[in-house]
Design a protein around this ligand. Structure first.
Ligand SMILES: *[C@@H]1O[C@H](CO)[C@@H](O)[C@H](O)[C@H]1NC(C)=O
Ligand SMILES: *[C@@H]1O[C@H](CO)[C@@H](O)[C@H](O)[C@H]1NC(C)=O
Ligand SMILES: *[C@@H]1O[C@H](CO)[C@@H](O)[C@H](O)[C@H]1NC(C)=O
Ligand SMILES: *[C@@H]1O[C@H](CO)[C@@H](O)[C@H](O)[C@H]1NC(C)=O
Length: 386
């Protein structure tokens, strides 16, 4: 009996100790489960939140900090990331890499988004742009329709105020010598940088001595409605035209396609790509067109006459005065800015626009000294229409 009780007791004891152990573990495992669930919940909430934030920041193109923190985990390719213009014009590409990148062209003609076509104003300068205040007035109110690029001497440190349209528009530059291939290379560099913005449809080369002759709306209309690009290209007999041709350029370049034209051009996107991607004519001109062959007057006009003659208007949009003779055109200062001067420009001989004769032939003019700025600003409404 005793032993039974004893054994029972010991059994009870054993039971007891077992239940004791069970009750000891029970609260622990529930707590563990609660912890796990809590972590799981936090995890789900957090990942949902961050996915939403990534999507939000990609769509809204804001909060770059959030974007850069989360995108490596949730990388999403979007059309937006391909068509958005580069946020900074600075880059680490050399010309080989830049030209390659800039020559990439979509093979489907129709854009699957609403593309607002812009004019790229490309300023080829030594340093400062003294007539900047006039240009600022010209651009004002047309922010969606243009972009600006500046190529200057690499040593030049720009100091445009933060509110200026020229601020931060400097492209990585190299020295360009007048009449040498380095000048054409600077122009190609400007084109290539401007091509990186897919919205740029027309590309105009200007200098710091250029002014617009009409308001923005008139210039945009003239260029966007033109069937041709305004690259000066004439077949000029005599020593300063055909006389500069070197037969070593054949068969890539024959004398019949040899052209001369003003350095200051306007080209559309197709021609800009043609210029940037060129590997056929560049070596020929570099080797066989050296002073007294001024390559910036021949390379693009000749090359495009061979490649795309039907797209060229064969005239420039930039008025210049060679009447005083010499190697450089006339420069105009304070005393020149008057009614007769602008009358003289508008009364230039007629030209052809979309196969029709017109008296409106020039949209820009050069060369203007810094002293011209004052009177130009004072009378811009009367003389220039803005
Ligand atoms: C640019 O860099 C690439 C790779 O380093 C090189 O092959 C090419 O020759 C460089 N181009 C120029 C113009 O320096
Ligand atoms: C572009 O805009 C037009 C009208 O403004 C609209 O009908 C069309 O759906 C838009 N297309 C795209 C791809 O956003
Ligand atoms: C130049 O002339 C040669 C010989 O007549 C011809 O083979 C070549 O295609 C011509 N080049 C161009 C660019 O027309
Ligand atoms: C420009 O000149 C080329 C030949 O050099 C010609 O084919 C083209 O039709 C000319 N453009 C215009 C608008 O006349």
């Amino acid at each position: 009996m005793k032993s039974r009780v004893g054994s029972q007791g010991s059994l009870e004891e054993g039971k007891d100790s077992v239940t004791k152990v069970v009750t000891q573990y029970k609260p622990l495992s529930i707590r563990l489960l609660q912890f796990l669930l809590l972590f799981l919940g936090i995890g789900i909430v957090f990942s949902l939140l961050s996915m939403c934030m990534v999507r939000y920041s990609v769509m809204q193109n804001v909060i770059p900090m959030v974007q850069s923190r989360f995108q490596p985990c949730f990388q999403q390719l979007s059309l937006e990331s391909w068509i958005r213009p580069p946020s900074s014009l600075l880059h680490s590409m050399n010309d080989t890499q830049l030209f390659w990148r800039a020559s990439i062209v979509p093979q489907i003609k129709e854009y699957p988004f609403n593309r607002t076509r812009k004019i790229a104003f490309m300023f080829l300068t030594r340093g400062p742009i003294p007539l900047a205040p006039l240009w600022e007035r010209f651009f004002k109110g047309n922010e969606k329709l243009y972009s600006i690029y500046i190529h200057s001497l690499p040593s030049y440190k720009p100091d445009f105020p933060p509110s200026s349209v020229f601020q931060g528009r400097q492209v990585p530059s190299q020295e360009a010598k007048w009449g040498r291939m380095s000048m054409c290379d600077a122009e190609r560099r400007l084109l290539a940088n401007a091509l990186l913005d897919i919205s740029n449809e027309w590309f105009i080369l200007l200098s710091e001595a250029c002014i617009p002759l009409h308001n923005f709306k008139a210039i945009y209309h003239y260029i966007s409605k033109s069937r041709y690009s305004f690259m000066g290209a004439v077949d000029e007999p005599g020593p300063f035209g055909r006389g500069r041709y070197n037969p070593n350029m054949a068969p890539e370049v024959n004398i019949t396609e040899w052209r001369k034209g003003s350095q200051w051009f306007e080209v559309n996107r197709k021609l800009a790509v043609d210029i940037v991607k060129d590997e056929v004519y560049h070596p020929k001109f570099e080797q066989f067109c050296r002073p007294a062959c001024y390559v910036d007057e021949h390379y693009f006009p000749t090359m495009l006459t061979i490649e795309s003659p039907r797209l060229l208007a064969n005239r420039t949009l930039t008025w210049v005065d060679w009447s005083r003779g010499g190697a450089h055109p006339a420069t105009f200062g304070k005393a020149d800015i008057n009614d007769q001067f602008f009358k003289r420009i508008s009364e230039s001989p007629t030209c052809v626009y979309n196969n029709q004769p017109t008296s409106l032939c020039y949209l820009f003019a050069r060369k203007f000294a810094p002293s011209a700025l004052g009177p130009l600003l004072e009378h811009s409404t009367k003389f220039l229409g803005f």
